[in-house]
Design a protein around this ligand. Structure first.
Ligand code: SF4
Length: 380
């Protein structure tokens, strides 16, 4: 065993956190943890891990559950493609492997939502396979330790990092080694001001010797995220509210929402809501008072979502870019999975009861119904 691995494993044995997915060899639980930990911090992932396992204790429970129930349990964790892919992967595991996880890394990688890192993590942590697993934490540690100055996201650098991780891996200890490297990145070799004095690798670390800890790994210049203004209507008819379910593909696929869309150039917020009602639902609605404005950031853009009370006027609903709609009471909204920005609208609705009539009718709200079908949108 190389001194790097020896020191790291000794440190890990003394310092590792007692996380629930470290107390098991069940590949289902390890897989779930790895999926949740993609894009999510440990502290945030923990309650979702517990909640998800309570609802879907094994792969059969997950495979046989309706997607709606999976999304509802995932609600708030974000990056909903993870939930949809996990659901599909569970179904494939049941259909093709009788519910047993494959041990061969090539087979694991074929499952929906499982990339190179997740496959390496499952193979090593659940099955002790001698497979490396390079995530963001591992990338940071290796770039600093070996003084790698190339863009860590470039393919060539990634290949190099995976080769280094494979070379350092002590035969038969991949489960502990991979987790130790990730843990060092999470606790000691943190993004800003790493705690080098407490690091077991400090003696031979390139970045520490040259004072480059806050320079490596090199960062790409941050691009300003585009910002979108969205207007949505809480459309009311006889005390019930209209909600629609997004198509299963794409951003927030399968989640429920209040109908709306991106505000076009020269258009007011209320005009946008009225237009979306016509184009996306085929109905006319009177747009009333604003309920709330919500700011939300996605990975590649941010939004401000303005929600308005609306009163249904006329028209038969024909969905243009959603798969389903329902009229529900305010206290039934909790049964459906909504994106984070929409849950703030629901909280505001619960604080303020629905008005009997929408006030402040918007210009154009009574315009002739236009049932032209727009292209499906993924603007939210
Ligand atoms: S010595 Fe510092 S920079 Fe080097 S690996 Fe350890 S924590 Fe990271």
């Amino acid at each position: 065993m190389k001194p790097f691995a020896k020191k790291l494993l000794a440190w890990y044995e003394k310092n590792k956190r007692a996380l629930p997915w470290r107390q098991t060899r069940d590949p289902y639980r390890i897989w779930l943890a790895e999926i949740l930990l993609q894009q999510t911090r440990v502290e945030t992932a923990l309650p979702y891990y517990t909640k998800f396992l309570a609802r879907f204790p094994d792969v059969f429970a997950l495979a046989h559950a309706p997607l709606d129930a999976v999304l509802k349990t995932w609600e708030g964790a974000g990056y909903y493609a993870r939930a949809r892919n996990s659901h599909r992967a569970a179904q494939e595991l049941v259909e093709q492997y009788r519910g047993a996880f494959p041990k061969e890394i090539r087979e694991i990688r074929k499952l929906p939502g499982i990339g190179r890192y997740t496959a390496g993590a499952i193979a090593s942590i659940a099955f002790d396979a001698d497979e490396p697993a390079v995530d963001g934490n591992v990338t940071r540690v290796l770039c600093r330790y070996f003084g790698i100055r190339d863009d860590p996201k470039a393919n060539a650098t990634q290949e190099r990092l995976w080769a280094i991780a494979a070379d350092l891996l002590p035969h038969g200890h991949a489960r502990e080694f991979n987790q130790a490297l990730m843990e060092l990145g999470a606790l000691i070799c943190v993004p800003k001001n790493p705690r080098c004095a407490a690091c077991p690798l400090r003696k031979n670390c390139f970045a520490r010797a040259d004072g480059l800890q806050n320079i490596l790994p090199v960062k790409r210049a941050k691009q300003k995220l585009p910002h979108k203004i969205i207007a949505a209507g809480v459309i009311c008819k006889r005390g019930k509210i209209l909600i629609q379910q997004r198509l299963n593909q794409g951003l927030l696929g399968g989640l429920w929402e209040f109908p709306g869309g991106k505000v076009e150039a020269g258009e007011s917020l209320t005009e946008c809501v009225a237009r979306e009602c016509r184009e996306e639902l085929g109905i006319a609605a009177r747009v009333g008072e604003k309920i709330i404005s919500v700011d939300h950031a996605f990975s590649h853009f941010s939004i401000t979502l303005h929600a308005f009370h609306c009163e249904y006027i006329s028209g038969r609903i024909k969905l243009a870019s959603a798969q389903k709609y329902k009229w529900v009471a305010v206290d039934e909204l909790a049964q459906y999975a909504f994106p984070a920005a929409n849950t703030k609208i629901i909280a505001a609705l619960q604080r303020h009861p629905l008005p009997r009539k929408a006030t402040l009718p918007a210009r154009g709200a009574r315009a002739k119904i236009n049932t032209t079908r727009a292209a499906p949108k993924n603007s939210r």
